[in-house]
Write a protein that binds this ligand. Structure first.
Ligand code: FES
Ligand SMILES: [Fe+2]
Length: 347
């Protein structure tokens, strides 16, 4: 099949968005009574929390004169536009037009379902009738008393799939993250990749290996360790990394560390991406210094990625005809992209 240069450029410049999914709109703590403007899947959204504590999301455009509703304010269970004062409920219905008794049917705004779960506010970007909270990813460690929690947000100037590529293939940690999680053995240890219809699992087991700098600080290891990484992708853009280590040859979890790195990726636009990350651990649960250290270490780590990926995006945009090269370590990358492409085609 031949394509025109324009078609080829469109095909390689960015990946399609998948709408029929729950995305993290932000951390629940970010959604408050002051309206928050946030672009998600290239749609302007206003997020806010009503007096009763319910998180809500509306199209950020007043149907009256099209001013951003995020410039208004919350009143009880409603949001008032800051221009001429129309007031809307959480379903997007207009409930007041100042100076006018009759509310015409067109006075309404699109509402998006929002659910607070696992410290995150999840927004359904597809047909609201299809929104089923049971399909929000299960992240039980996020608010379990048996796990401690550090978190943060990084915003990348890249297509969201470049960030998925980065998270599913941790071989880069050897070269990019030497101050935290990278060691020589990560890149040279072969991976096992399992692809299912809507799931990709990449596993790497490093036995009798040097612990990374962050693992030494976190786990207090004095010698070599047996270390694992199990990286799981599920659509649209969630990657949970089950990672940890025990002293080499002991198989003793009580002397090791068990962690999950939860990565919830939300496209802001074609070339800007939110990364809501959490690091949960099963050790030193009440150690605030450890929580702080891990938050700093992970922020440093993801910012190292950001520098590379933001530059990668600029290269990809400048060379729309060029195809990337796939190595053995890209097995997970290839499978994730296949799932995104299939779902985007409606398959
Ligand atoms: S633009 Fe919102 S009330 Fe007029
Ligand atoms: Fe990284």
């Amino acid at each position: 099949m031949t394509t025109t240069p324009t078609e080829a450029a469109d095909a390689s410049a960015s990946m399609p968005f998948l709408s029929d999914f729950w995305y993290a709109a932000g951390w629940s703590a970010e959604i408050a009574d002051k309206p928050l403007a946030r672009r998600i899947l290239d749609r302007p959204i206003v997020l806010y929390r009503t007096a009763s504590g319910k998180a809500a999301a509306l199209d950020d455009c007043c149907p009256h004169r099209m001013v951003a509703l995020s410039q208004g304010w919350v009143e009880g269970e409603t949001l008032r536009c800051g221009y001429h004062g129309l007031r809307f409920d959480c379903a997007g219905a207009c409930v007041e037009i100042p100076g006018q008794a009759l509310i015409p049917p067109r006075a309404k705004v699109r509402a998006y379902p929002v659910v607070d779960r696992w410290h995150l506010a999840w927004i359904w970007m597809g047909d609201p009738a299809e929104a089923d909270p049971a399909t929000i990813p299960s992240l039980p460690w996020m608010d379990s008393p048996e796990w401690a929690f550090s978190n943060g947000t990084i915003v990348y100037d890249c297509d969201y799939v470049l960030l998925l590529d980065n998270l599913i293939d941790l071989s880069h940690t050897t070269f990019v993250h030497r101050q935290t999680i990278g060691t020589d053995d990560v890149a040279r240890t072969p991976i096992k990749t399992t692809a299912e219809r809507n799931r990709v699992l990449v596993e790497r087991y490093m036995n009798d290996t040097e612990p990374s700098i962050m693992y030494v600080k976190a786990g207090g290891f004095t010698g070599k360790v047996d270390r694992w990484q199990r990286i799981e992708y599920t659509p649209p853009a969630n990657i949970v990394i089950d990672a940890g280590a025990v002293p080499a040859g002991t198989n003793d979890k009580s002397r090791g560390i068990d962690t999950r790195v939860v990565n919830i990726v939300t496209p802001e636009s074609r070339a800007r991406t939110f990364h809501f990350w959490a690091f949960v651990r099963d050790f030193k649960l009440d150690d605030a210094e450890m929580t702080d250290y891990l938050a700093r270490a992970l922020t440093h780590t993801f910012n190292e990625d950001k520098v590379l990926i933001d530059g990668q995006q600029r290269n990809v945009e400048a060379r729309p005809q060029q195809r990337m090269l796939d190595n053995n370590a890209d097995a997970g990358v290839v499978q994730v992209r296949r799932i995104v492409e299939r779902l985007a085609r409606g398959g």
